[in-house]
Design a protein around this ligand. Structure first.
Ligand SMILES: [Fe+2]
Ligand SMILES: [Fe+2]
Length: 371
């Protein structure tokens, strides 16, 4: 049998077994097991002023209650909007921005998705309660609402408050583990004083009453910006990480692992003029610019950012960060690294060519959907 006759015979064979819903691995192996991570997720950037203005417009349009649950505008990666998909930020991560107006309550509920909040703007009068612990939220704070904990948000201040929500919506959907339950009242009953966990775990120490506590979820629900900033100032006395600058991971004080078991949270500080080397890794990340201005080169494309902007670093794409301003840059990010590490999937590679920096081929421009 010649080579082409063999191929025809194999194709006929494949067609025959497909009638029984059987497939030949020899034709599909390369699709199932790729040489490198393959995906459709594109890097993208959203401007803070756009999101903020639309949220303020949504304010009077949407009343908060059981119908709406939350007033959130979320980042829809255009590459994840096809085939009826509703577009998260990456395949695993969802990021939205939530607005709460003075006097409002976002009613109590719980879900199996992990959630983190990162406070962008507010007067300190807004709070979250997690299983009855109330914590006030100030700019730069990271607040955890671990999977299946009751949480509601309220606002006792006078100015609108905006925060970033990060949830592992895509991951939980893929793993078909989604559950949701509303609480039968708007507010879950409070237990203990506000910020009890902050008092027990402030500054890397723990109250002796907590000696026996270990495991997930993290007993600390609010990682105050003032503490994180102090840690980063301390790090500046050491050598920066070549790829991330001066950077810290938020951790669970009882395990040393990621603060949220599934969503990784990181804060990076770039000093003026700092230009990191490029690397790529399996985990994906969504960044929020807390302070400063600069750009990130992702796979040869330059993404210019300033305070408040958001951008996506998809899996296995080269990226490096640059501070072009005169002040310090603080970049907060959520990622799926804890999951990749637990599953043994995380890998990282450094760019060796061109002194570890990419050639910039083009600059990102947001694309409007034409209707
Ligand atoms: Fe929630
Ligand atoms: Fe990175």
């Amino acid at each position: 049998m010649s080579q082409s006759e063999a191929r025809i015979a194999l194709n006929e064979f494949a067609a025959k077994i497909s009638e029984e819903h059987l497939g030949p691995l020899w034709d599909n192996l390369g699709h199932m097991i790729t040489l490198k991570p393959k995906h459709e997720v594109i890097p993208y950037l959203w401007k803070w002023q756009t999101i903020r203005n639309y949220l303020l417009e949504a304010g009077p349009l949407l009343a908060l209650g059981r119908e709406s649950e939350r007033r959130v505008i979320y980042l829809q990666n255009p590459s994840l909007l096809k085939d009826g998909k509703i577009g998260y930020s990456t395949n695993t991560l969802y990021v939205g921005v939530q607005l709460l107006l003075p006097g409002e309550v976002a009613p109590s509920h719980r879900h199996s998705q992990a959630a983190i909040r990162f406070i962008i703007e507010g007067d300190g009068g807004a709070y979250t309660t997690v299983d009855g612990e109330k914590t006030y939220m100030e700019r730069g704070d990271l607040v955890l609402t671990p999977p299946w904990t009751w949480h509601d948000h309220g606002h006792e201040g006078t100015e609108p408050v905006f925060w970033m929500d990060g949830l592992d919506v895509g991951l939980v959907k893929t793993l078909t583990g989604s559950f949701f339950e509303p609480y039968h009242e708007n507010k879950y009953p409070l237990s203990g004083p506000p910020d009890g966990s902050v008092a027990r775990y402030a500054s890397g120490v723990r109250a002796i009453s907590e000696r026996k506590r270990k495991g997930y979820p993290s007993p600390l629900i609010n990682y105050k910006w003032s503490n994180i900033k102090q840690a980063l100032e301390g790090l500046e006395r050491l050598d920066p990480d070549p790829y991330d600058g001066y950077a810290v991971d938020y951790i669970n004080p009882t395990t040393g692992g990621s603060a949220d078991a599934r969503i990784g949270t990181t804060m990076q500080r770039l000093t003026p003029g700092m230009h990191t080397k490029a690397h790529r890794h399996v985990h994906s990340a969504v960044y929020h610019v807390l302070e400063g201005s600069g750009y990130t080169v992702i796979e040869g494309q330059k993404f210019e950012w300033e305070q408040g902007d958001f951008f996506v670093v998809p899996p296995w794409l080269w990226h490096e960060h640059v501070n072009t301003g005169t002040g310090t840059v603080h970049l907060f990010s959520v990622n799926d690294r804890p999951v990749m590490e637990i599953l043994g999937l995380e890998q990282e590679e450094e760019l060796r060519d061109n002194n570890g920096q990419q050639e910039v081929a083009r600059t990102f421009e947001p694309a409007r959907l034409s209707k």
